[in-house]
Design a protein around this ligand. Structure first.
Ligand SMILES: [Fe+2]
Ligand SMILES: [Fe+2]
Length: 275
């Protein structure tokens, strides 16, 4: 069973700066013959504000010949309260209407894949509590299946007990609850995007994979000491054990956000537009 994880494509017809990486990515995915493709969010440049971007993202996903599941990123639906584009009913319903559910469970034989909307985690919203209750039920009803979780934001950047990391990871309190739930229910892999850095961290209680962006890298304008600034994808092969591999892709152009940020995410939005 082969799953290809792609992430942070930041597609748009209005701002097509990263669009050139889509076609070669699709060709590479086709050549890999995966059983499933999972996109871990930031499908679009600004689906949070522009429906056209979500419609365009949906059209791009249709290029993929293999079954594809997608969770939203902050650029698709916004982020927690207090940020420039907080998730609200309109943004959420636009994603659901155009792309599909913002959380999902997908069983593949002995495997249960869970996709989460990480942008509402820590919001205190009804949707957050609804998702948490659904997650508890979904994990407990796994019926012996082995569980993998996909979401946009990582649980944490470096340390499961770290404090608030602002833009980069989940808030400490909801993170603690998720860590408990994942541990209690034997989750084996948590895969995320958002950081535009590739990294695999082995260790108890589960492996963590930061998928590399398939769209662009972030240059020196952001200091992020962890992971590799490469463009590519991740491949998760499910067998007696899960093999996870970061795949740098030479067919993708390593566009550096720093060079185009003034066009794609102009100053008014660039403080929070980094990944
Ligand atoms: Fe992101
Ligand atoms: Fe991103």
């Amino acid at each position: 069973m082969k799953i290809i994880q792609i992430t942070d494509t930041h597609l748009s017809a209005l701002k097509p700066q990263f669009q050139e990486n889509w076609k070669p990515l699709v060709e590479w995915i086709d050549s890999m013959e995966p059983d499933l493709v999972v996109h871990t969010g930031d499908l679009t440049v600004d689906g949070a504000d522009f429906e056209e971007d979500l419609v365009h993202g949906r059209d791009m996903l249709r290029d993929l010949r293999h079954p594809t599941l997608c969770v939203p990123g902050n650029h698709d639906i916004g982020d927690v309260p207090g940020t420039r584009q907080p998730v609200d009913g309109e943004r959420l319903s636009r994603w659901r209407r155009t792309i599909g559910p913002d959380r999902w469970v997908h069983d593949l034989g002995e495997w249960r894949l869970v996709g989460l909307n990480s942008l509402i985690i820590g919001s205190g919203s009804f949707e957050e509590y609804e998702q948490l209750a659904w997650l508890e039920d979904t994990l407990r009803a796994r019926d012996g299946r082995r569980v993998l979780v996909f979401k946009h934001k990582p649980l944490f950047v470096e340390d499961p007990a770290e404090g608030e990391t602002g833009y980069w990871g989940l808030r400490p309190e909801p993170r603690r609850r998720l860590l408990e739930l994942f541990t209690e229910n034997g989750v084996e892999l948590v895969a995320s995007g958002h950081l535009h850095r590739a990294r695999i961290v082995e260790g108890a209680p589960f492996r963590r994979v930061w998928g590399p962006s398939s769209g662009f890298v972030v240059g020196p304008m952001i200091q992020m000491p962890y992971g590799d600034a490469i463009v590519g994808a991740a491949v998760h092969t499910l067998g007696a054990r899960i093999e996870s591999q970061i795949v740098p892709l030479d067919v993708l152009k390593p566009i550096v956000l720093d060079d185009v940020i003034h066009e794609v995410y102009p100053p008014s939005s660039s403080q929070e537009a980094l990944s």
